[in-house]
Design a protein around this ligand. Sequence first.
Ligand code: APR
Length: 249
Amino acid sequence: AHTIPEILLQALRQARHVVVFSGAGISAESGVPTFRDAQTGLWSQFRAEDLATAEAYRQDKLLVWRWYQWRRQLLAQAQPNAGHHAIAALEQYVPQVTVITQNVDDLHQQSGSTCVLALHGNLRENICFACRRPGHAGPDDDTPPRCLLCGGSLRPNVVWFGEQLPTAIYRAAEQAAADCDLFLIIGTSGLVMPAASLPQLAQRKGATIALINTEATAHQDLAQHTLLGPSGTWLPALLAQAWPPSGTA
Ligand code: APR
């Protein structure tokens, strides 16, 4: 049932540099609630878009901090799934693999991918709201700890609405998109800019574009190949069919 077109397998086998561009969908099978459907229980009266801003933090540090501590608790139970593992395993076959992710869940890094460009930051890390230097907080801190260097309040190291993406990371993502020969779009609705413009850049520079998603998305027209269904099934199939275990080829 999960047969992959030979022409896509060829593109993968011959690729010098593969870029994986992922969104919330790749972590769905790890049970990570997406940004918007995470609003359950105690937090259902709040909208994520209203909490994930510098303005909200300025007005009510405790509220925003506690929301993030709760999200971190949910995330602590999540493990990388077969999709993350297949992407990490790609590095055994392809000379260069760059993972560009919009996710803040750290699951690509945990599955062993070595080059991960986290465009929207990392929920497990903290930085100072004032000086932006890294700081440490534990799961039991129910108020934001102080920065040891300047005394400011710590905040999660994620990109909030209205904030710029980290410049160096975004530039590296653009370079990877322009350089790769295969660009895999996985589990993203493709609606959030500027991240959503990277597939176009890859296409302009001549990369083969393939897409894995459970449904049609904004990037549909760019992709030469679409694999419709869960990434936790398609990605292992892609590897197994491109490089069959010896004896079964
Ligand atoms: N396998 C593949 N794709 C899936 C799966 C799955 N098992 N489950 C869901 N999807 C797809 C959905 O069809 C949808 O297209 O994943 C996509 C998730 O889209 P969004 O929830 O919009 O997530 P994302 O594209 O990562 O959002 C971008 O927006 O919420 C902000 O900053 C946040 O980084 C996030 C950004």
